[in-house]
Design a binder for this molecule. Structure first.
Ligand SMILES: [Zn+2]
Length: 136
């Protein structure tokens, strides 16, 4: 057997690249509005609350709660075939924004809405991080 196909690593650009460069440095960062303090993700130029264009990056511990999840049983991406079935979790971070990650060190039977989890980054390239979701 020739081994498993490589997993696709997306190209990043703009604000997404800034987000991933910081996460690849070892710390998750979220955008925070300078006017009203609202956190936001995915990265964008204007605040969804007050429409201000003034913001900065702020470090996050990646702590949050399970908001939703889906288990994938079939994929057309050959890079993921060996991982089937895998579960993707939507985490509502303590700061408010939601972030996607793949379940690790948990089983679907253990998942509950609202359970405490932690998002952990795994650097795939200097401008891309894959996020895992683990129990707190
Ligand atoms: Zn704002």
């Amino acid at each position: 057997m020739a081994g498993s196909p490589r997993k696709y690593v997306p190209e990043t650009e703009g604000l997404n690249q800034e987000f991933f460069l910081r996460a690849a440095g070892g710390t998750l960062h979220l955008q925070r509005c300078d006017e009203c303090g609202t956190y936001r993700h995915p990265p964008r130029y204007y605040c969804q609350h007050c429409f201000s264009g003034a913001w900065h990056w702020e470090p996050s511990a990646g702590l949050g709660r399970v908001a939703s999840w889906v288990t994938t049983h079939f994929t057309i991406d050959r890079g993921w075939v060996d991982d089937l079935p895998y579960t993707t979790i939507v985490v509502e971070l303590e700061e408010g924004p939601r972030l996607l990650g793949a379940m690790r060190n948990l089983s679907v039977e253990q998942l509950e809405l609202g359970m405490k989890v932690k998002v952990v980054g795994e650097t795939k390239r200097d401008d891309f991080v894959f996020f895992w979701v683990e129990p707190q």
